[in-house]
Design a protein around this ligand. Structure first.
Ligand code: UT7
Length: 324
């Protein structure tokens, strides 16, 4: 049986750091409130890099780590809801930035903060079906363009960045063991941003605000519930037990959400990776940036079982189990 093995990771975050203290000067907030309610201390803000440029830098690092040449990539899937343009896709720009061969497939998936795991699921299916041998899977978002910097309820939560993974078709026990993605569109109003397209002159509906809107409390409660059930789903499918898990890498939205999910699973703190204190919620970038950091810190070793779990606008939620 062919599996999609994760053979290299990479990430990119912009240089500009925006701290909680910086935010105190912009909106009615405090470092104490942001740290206590979210665990976030600072985030990165793109000043010149577009989403596809951040994605390409993360992808380049992942290719280098994997020892894979751009010409060998058959498929690029980018999870993002902040593409540079309505079209072409960010994946097409990444293909051009990296010099991936003409004729490879490249497209984006839109699943907000679950974008990376949705992209992983698609690429995994291409590889296990034999439609691709090597794939570049990227999660990238630039939410600094989407948040209202006058709205303290949302602007303190997000940051910009991208992470990437190279998948390679391999026989044996390494790679994606299970990947499950879900959505429930009836809750779309809990977290959304309206279209950046200009209104049509034929439009009868008043245009909504282009900024991100979120019902934080309701999203919080749903996040805790869905993260727990999503993790249980991949554990049941693979027959894994909590003691088999080497590391859980959850979507980095809020430390309180992560801790609630960890307690439900009865996982010790050292088996859950977090870096949201430095980057905030980077949406689709969140999981692959954390994975790359965990790899670089030596927290991911051969044969380790790594779990990923996410939730986001849509609503969408997803989980995956991989053997490293
Ligand atoms: O990837 C998915 C993305 N979304 C999420 O993960 C968001 C999930 N939700 C959350 O993380 C939390 O709901 C928040 C961090 C957004 C908010 O935390 P909370 O504990 O649910 O606070 P709250 O919304 O109940 O607000 C409590 C108080 C309110 O004041 P009053 O009404 O009690 O006087 C807010 O106005 O905190 C106030 N508040 C703030 N105060 C200082 C809201 N934002 C801020 C702020 N600084 N930035």
């Amino acid at each position: 049986m062919v599996k999609a093995r994760l053979v290299g990771t990479g990430s990119f975050v912009p240089k500009k750091v925006l701290t909680n203290l910086d935010l105190e000067k912009m909106v009615e907030t405090s470092d104490a409130w942001i740290s206590a309610r979210t665990g976030i201390r600072e985030r990165r803000i793109a000043t010149k890099d577009s989403t596809s440029e951040m994605a390409a830098k993360a992808g380049k690092a992942a290719l280098k780590a994997a020892g894979v040449a751009p010409k060998d990539i058959d498929l690029i899937v980018v999870g993002t809801v902040t593409p540079d343009m309505t079209f072409p896709s960010s994946a097409c720009f990444v293909q051009s930035h990296l010099g991936v061969r003409s004729g490879a497939a490249a497209f984006d998936v839109s699943a907000a903060c679950s974008g990376f795991l949705y992209a992983l699921d698609v690429a995994n299916k291409y590889i296990t079906s034999g439609a691709a041998r090597k794939a570049l899977v990227i999660g990238a978002d630039r939410f600094s363009r989407l948040v209202d910097w006058n709205d303290r309820a949302t602007c303190v939560l997000f940051g910009d960045g991208a992470g990437a993974v190279v998948l390679s078709a391999e026989k044996g026990g390494h790679g994606v063991l299970s990947c499950r993605v879900h959505s429930d569109g009836k809750h779309w109003e809990m977290l959304y941003a309206d279209s950046p397209c200009p209104p049509s002159p034929f439009e009868s509906r008043a245009p909504r605000s282009p900024y991100l809107k979120m019902n934080g409390n309701e999203t919080f409660k749903l996040a805790v519930r869905t993260m727990g059930s999503a993790i249980n789903e991949v554990m049941e499918e693979t027959g894994l037990k909590p003691e088999d898990i080497s590391l859980l890498i959850p979507h980095q939205a809020n430390l309180r959400i992560i801790n609630a999910a960890r307690e439900r699973l009865k996982l010790p703190e050292d088996k859950v990776f977090t870096n949201l204190d430095k980057y905030g919620n980077t949406s689709a970038g969140s999981i692959p940036i954390a994975l790359d950091e965990a790899v670089r810190l030596g927290r991911v070793k051969n044969n380790d079982i790594i779990l990923f779990v996410s939730f986001g606008g849509g609503l969408t939620w997803a989980s995956a189990a991989v053997r490293w």
